[in-house]
Design a protein around this ligand. Structure first.
Ligand SMILES: *Cc1c(COP(=O)(O)O)cnc(C)c1O
Length: 397
């Protein structure tokens, strides 16, 4: 089999910029370089026109209004602006915030900071599938609850959360609802109106746009969401986010949205078939493999698998030219098991021997087949090794 290596299967971490996105961005570096805030001349007007167009493209993919889009440096900033912004603006109405255990650190850490500042934070637990219990969410709402932040889809295990139900619940109770939709935008249909979303974070580099550019949708009709800005300065983005706009990045984000919208169903169908081929290929040939995430509500282009009886530390290294993500997070040189898998009740040991394969637009069937071969080979060898050395690693129990 001739397949170009290394093989990238880590599209949930980031994606390459789509050539058409790059082409759209190009003129805005050296030629049309104006500051979108320069109101007095044509350099500024051209930049502003490009930003306006991108604002429409971004709004369209979530069925929002263009003037509800606030450009940011990505989802980390959008999440911080949403969570800290609402917490500060509504602090006299209440100080209780609800989120859940598998959120990205860009949600959990701002919540942790608020907790240290005297807010009350409820972190909902999840079941083996990574799913929250809706009744537990209902039961945890209080008169002083000001914000619920639940992600659309999980980056590690792919679990998709019941966003519309949560949105409707929050709307009825007058609670602001934020969703980190970083892994959903461009992949799943999103409608901030029908889904009752007040705040939504997205990031260009997760769907074939450039790194360092994203947006926060901030509802202002029928009910305006009060938000304290986190960056003070020139009052850009209607005062929500000061700082000279990243015009090339914003143009790229807009184009990435337009392309993703037109290809969404085609991409999804193709990647679902490839993902199923990958899972079937591995499950047919290996014993002791568990699929993580919610089988009935899961992103279709990825899989997170736990391999019993494998030394997790050796696993990533042995895969060599297959670039996937491991169930361990490198934090200051120590390998810790993924907190997402741990929250799902996966043992630390099994979490270590877990891999996330995420497929993307450039992924081919040959790449998937090569990944299957290589994974089967590695797992088989590592299991034989642990039998030889007499170590029983996370034996099936
Ligand atoms: C990647 C990611 C982020 C961070 O986005 P950046 O734009 O890289 O800051 C936040 N949340 C989720 C779910 C992600 O996958």
């Amino acid at each position: 089999m001739s397949v170009r290596t290394p093989i990238y299967l880590d599209y949930n971490a980031t994606t390459p910029v789509e050539p058409a996105v790059f082409e759209a961005m190009k003129p805005f570096f050296c030629e049309t370089f104006g500051n979108a805030a320069s109101r007095g001349h044509c350099f500024g007007w051209k930049a502003e026109a490009a930003v306006d167009r991108a604002r429409q493209q971004v709004a369209a993919i979530i069925n929002g209004r263009p003037d509800a889009i606030v450009f940011t440096s990505g989802s980390t900033e959008a999440n911080n602006l949403a969570i800290k912004g609402v917490a500060c603006a509504r602090r006299h109405e209440g100080r209780h915030i609800i989120t859940q255990a598998t959120e990205h650190k860009a949600v959990l850490d701002p919540c942790k900071k608020l907790k240290a500042d005297g807010y009350d934070v409820t972190i909902l637990s999840v079941d083996r599938r990574g799913q929250i219990d809706f009744e537990e969410l209902v039961g945890s709402l209080r008169p002083d609850t000001i914000l619920v932040s639940i992600m659309w889809a999980n980056n590690e295990i792919g679990t998709i959360y019941p966003i519309r139900r949560i949105g409707q619940l929050c709307r009825e109770r007058g609670i602001v609802f934020h969703t980190d939709a970083t892994q959903a935008v461009g992949k799943l249909p999103i409608d901030v109106e029908a889904d009752c979303i007040d705040l939504l974070s997205l990031s260009a580099h997760k769907f074939y746009g450039p790194k360092g550019c994203g947006a926060l949708f901030v509802r202002h009709k029928p009910r305006k969401i009060d938000l304290n800005c986190q960056l003070d300065g020139g009052g850009h983005e209607r005062g929500y986010r000061s700082g000279t706009l990243n015009v090339p990045g914003i143009v790229g984000l807009g184009m990435a949205c337009e392309i993703a919208m037109s290809r969404m169903s085609i991409d999804a169908a193709r990647l679902l078939a490839l993902r199923d081929r990958l899972e079937r290929g591995l499950l047919d040939r290996l014993e002791g493999v568990q699929i993580n995430g919610d089988p009935s509500s899961r992103l279709c282009h990825m899989t997170n698998l736990s391999f019993e009886g494998v030394n997790g530390d050796l696993l990533m290294g042995s895969l060599e030219d297959i670039c996937v993500s491991s169930g361990s997070a490198c934090t200051s040189a120590s390998l810790e098991p993924s907190y997402v898998l741990t929250a799902c009740g996966v043992s630390a040991c099994l979490a270590h021997s877990s891999l996330r394969y995420s497929l993307g637009r450039p992924t081919t069937q040959d790449e998937v087949d090569h990944a299957i071969e290589k994974t089967v080979e590695c797992i088989t060898n590592l299991r034989a090794l642990s039998v030889m050395t007499g170590t029983t690693l996370n034996a099936a129990s």
